[in-house]
Write a protein that binds this ligand. Structure first.
Ligand code: PEP
Ligand code: MN
Length: 267
């Protein structure tokens, strides 16, 4: 199986190397809420030190009555908003029928926790060349997660990043339990670049910064962080959204942690 250890993306006229390069901070809202919201949050993510912008268009919500994302109509403004922002863009794909429409706007397809076992989606993404960030299902073993990633690789797309986003445990004080064992394990035993998502991993804004630093110390090649210009008003995952001032402080605080393990943060 031809797994690569780096995923390379165009970035501000240069390239962003994910995996063996500097640690990448991806940040932005859980859901893109409007064209203006993308413009504001994109600019603020960038000035806070993020080098990849995240934002959901198609959401997989537990309740069918919760906000489901803007969906296809959002694709009309995303290409131009993205160009103005200048950051590469990662967004979740929830159905293989979205691939064609999303191809022109995303730099990385995110496969969410709820779709880690959707092997037909993984096979379809394996037929393309767009990098895939594969989140761990909330109750998947590390072995099941790696095998899911190999569905993409086997199809011919070796650009796969794994993302630990917290697993279900008996603990109820936090939304999930961020499994940093998994970060260290993937790093030690596979070639895949590994991200950590301290936002879904904790479900609490106050725990995002400490767990982000812990993930970097454990060897994460990148972080996926939910940030919002008005966190309490976010249309999805408000409890875990941090503000952009907080994000800027957090990114700064990662530098000494990265240095301590001989790495740096991508700027
Ligand atoms: C998300 O990143 O907004 C998301 C839905 O994540 P997960 O699939 O980890 O729940
Ligand atoms: Mn979310």
């Amino acid at each position: 199986m031809n797994r690569t250890n780096t995923v390379v993306l165009p970035y501000l006229g240069g390239t962003l190397t994910i995996g063996r390069g500097p640690i990448v901070v991806a940040a932005g809202p859980c859901s893109i809420e409007s064209a203006d919201h993308m413009a504001i949050s994109g600019a603020r993510a960038r000035s806070s030190g993020a080098t990849l912008y995240r934002g959901g268009i198609f959401k997989m919500r537990t309740s069918p009555t919760s906000f489901q994302g803007l969906g296809y109509p959002a694709l009309d403004f995303i290409a131009s908003a993205k160009q103005k922002m200048g950051l590469p863009f990662i967004s979740e794909i929830t159905d293989p029928r979205q691939i064609e429409a999303m191809l022109s706007v995303v730099d990385i397809f995110q496969v969410g926790s709820r779709n880690m076992y959707n092997y037909e989606l993984l096979k379809e993404l394996g037929r393309g060349q767009t990098p895939v960030l594969l989140k761990r299902a909330m109750s998947a073993t590390i072995d099941e997660w790696i095998k899911a990633a190999d569905y993409v690789v086997q199809g011919g797309n070796s650009s796969v990043i794994l993302c630990e986003r917290g697993i279900r445990t008996f603990e109820t004080a936090t939304r999930n339990t961020l499994d940093l064992n998994a970060v260290a394990y993937v790093k030690a035993h596979t070639n895949f670049p590994i991200f950590a998502d301290p936002s879904h991993g904790t479900g609490r804004a106050d725990l995002v910064a400490p767990m982000a630093r812990a993930a970097v110390a454990a060897g994460a090649d990148g972080l996926l962080i939910e940030a919002h210009d008005h966190p309490s008003c976010a249309l999805s995952d408000a409890d875990q959204a941090i503000g952009f001032d907080e994000l800027a402080e957090l990114v700064k605080s990662l530098e000494p942690v990265a240095r301590a393990i001989g790495r740096e943060i991508q700027t």
